[in-house]
Design a binder for this molecule. Structure first.
Ligand code: PLP
Length: 472
């Protein structure tokens, strides 16, 4: 019997991740079977010419994905090849909680959902739950709490926010069930039916759904590579008398723009002067290592800041944070209460413990690094294409040649097993629709799968198939 050794050839990124990816691929391909024992850390380290620590990290990574189980004194065993067995199936369900977010067909490589790669949060969850189980006074987590969140959770939130340059008194921090809930609560509190809310020329689709549900009107404001253009905002404020603007100045979705400091000040000044509330969505703001201070920093009367743990810690936590201007927390708290009373204190507790013990910082760093590797891979595979990206972002805006309409590309992509986001998701009704698609790099479970999806995309753009005449 030949001794199994993973092949690291052509696998970019840190060594431990390359080993983990190779093992995951070999399990998926059936090279490693359910129940098979993996080599010892020392043995594999020797064969691959890496340190024992590197192999240990790789094994921890595949165990986190539910692909292996370790038994003290016996070794590491393949727990599932994703194909057979009740245990394998159950584990797959457990490690794929985002099944609803996945592309509808299992054979599709999903680059449409802006989901961070499933990181190491699961391991940390086991740790924090173990420690929680040993804690006294857990009863408090079973009680109703103030709609803003528990005082200790607001304090931890203020600490997390300081890490991205948002100085906030804990009394101004309100916990929500993620960024989406924060948007809904803020718009409910600040905007009446018929009011105008301004967005960037391309915007996050959820604000369109909220406008429809709450009957407020959206109008777009021109943007360039630095985000919303202040002169265009000034003109729109005069013309449309908006109640609020909704913007994403840090790693805009989908355009990746990071608004420079001077423009942040200008946008804040315009909104303060016109009495227009700023809803600043910063859910991607943890990803870039360098970023300017939030716009809200310069808008003490009108700035409402949103962040969440979804893109940089773990989306399943469903913990978001709003910072409201002085005297406005009550109103926002009431909107949170109206739409769900409060966040589950247990989730707030887990997030708070992670913030306090450094786990949150570790997970953020992991996502930043992972986004960096995935983006580097994408830029390599799609070299020469016209795209808007950022080295530490999970998404790309890919502009298409005039000869290939986005709609046609998306159709061919589905036929060839990949999903990407259509441009009209990000435009307001009646606005021009650019010929481009958004690619999300975090969803594919492995770098290899991502690379495969990107290569298929590249092939399609290089040589799109002829239109299927049978359709006409
Ligand atoms: C710009 C933006 N805001 C908010 C959200 C929702 O975040 P959460 O999962 O915290 O609700 C997303 C998710 O894709 C997003 O892209």
């Amino acid at each position: 019997m030949t001794i199994w050794t993973p092949s690291l050839e052509g696998r970019p990124g840190p060594k431990y991740m390359a080993i983990a990816e190779a093992i995951a691929d070999d399990i998926a391909a059936g090279e490693l079977e359910t129940g098979q024992r993996l080599p010892t850390h020392r043995d594999l380290a020797y064969r691959l010419g890496v340190t024992v620590g590197t192999v240990s990290r790789a094994y921890a990574e595949i165990s986190r994905r539910g692909l292996t189980v370790g038994e003290v004194g016996r070794g590491t065993f393949v727990s599932s090849n994703g194909k057979t067995g009740a245990m394998g199936g159950a584990l797959d369900t457990l490690v794929s909680p985002s099944v609803f977010h996945r592309a509808p067909r299992a054979d599709i490589i999903d680059m449409s959902m802006n989901r961070p790669t499933t990181g190491q949060a699961g391991e940390h969850l086991a740790g924090v739950m173990g420690r929680l189980a040993q804690s006294d006074g857990l009863g408090i987590l079973t009680e109703y709490q103030p709609p803003f969140g528990m005082p200790s959770h607001r304090e931890a939130g203020a600490k997390l926010l300081r890490g991205i340059g948002m100085q906030a008194d804990p009394g101004a921090v309100i916990l929500t069930n993620g960024g989406q809930h924060a948007m809904a609560a803020l718009l409910l509190a600040l905007v009446d039916p018929g009011d105008v809310v301004l967005t960037e020329a391309l915007t996050y689709p959820a604000v369109k759904a909220l406008a429809q549900a709450m009957s407020f009107r959206l109008k777009s404001v021109a943007m360039d590579g630095d985000g919303m253009i202040p002169e265009a905002l000034e003109a729109a404020c005069r013309k449309s008398r908006p109640r609020a603007i909704y913007i994403m100045p840090t790693l805009h979705n989908p355009l990746n723009a990071i608004m420079p400091l001077e423009r942040r000040r200008a946008i804040a000044e315009i909104c303060e002067r016109h009495g227009v509330a700023i809803i600043e969505d910063d859910v991607y703001g943890f990803l870039p290592a360098e970023r300017p201070a939030p716009v809200c920093t310069y808008a003490p009367e009108q700035g409402y800041f949103i962040t969440s743990t979804s893109k940089s810690i773990a989306p399943g936590l469903r913990v978001g944070y709003v910072v409201a201007p002085p005297g406005k927390s009550e109103t926002i708290g009431r909107a949170v209460q109206m739409t769900g009373w409060m966040i589950p204190p247990l989730m707030g507790e887990i997030a708070s413990r992670w913030i306090e013990d450094g786990t949150a910082a570790e997970l953020i760093a992991w996502h930043r690094e992972n986004a960096r590797f995935r983006m580097a891979l994408a830029k390599k595979v799609l070299d020469g294409f016209d795209m808007v990206s950022h080295p530490e972002s999970y998404h790309i805006w890919l502009k298409l040649p005039a000869s290939l309409a986005a709609e046609r590309l998306i159709g061919i992509c589905m036929q060839r097993g990949i999903a990407v986001s259509p441009p009209q998701s990000f435009t307001l009704d009646g606005d021009p629709v650019p010929n481009a698609v958004r690619l999300c790099l975090g969803s594919a479970d492995t770098m290899k799968l991502l690379e495969k999806g990107l290569r298929v995309l590249r092939d399609i753009i290089d040589a799109p198939s002829q239109p299927d005449l049978a359709l006409f």
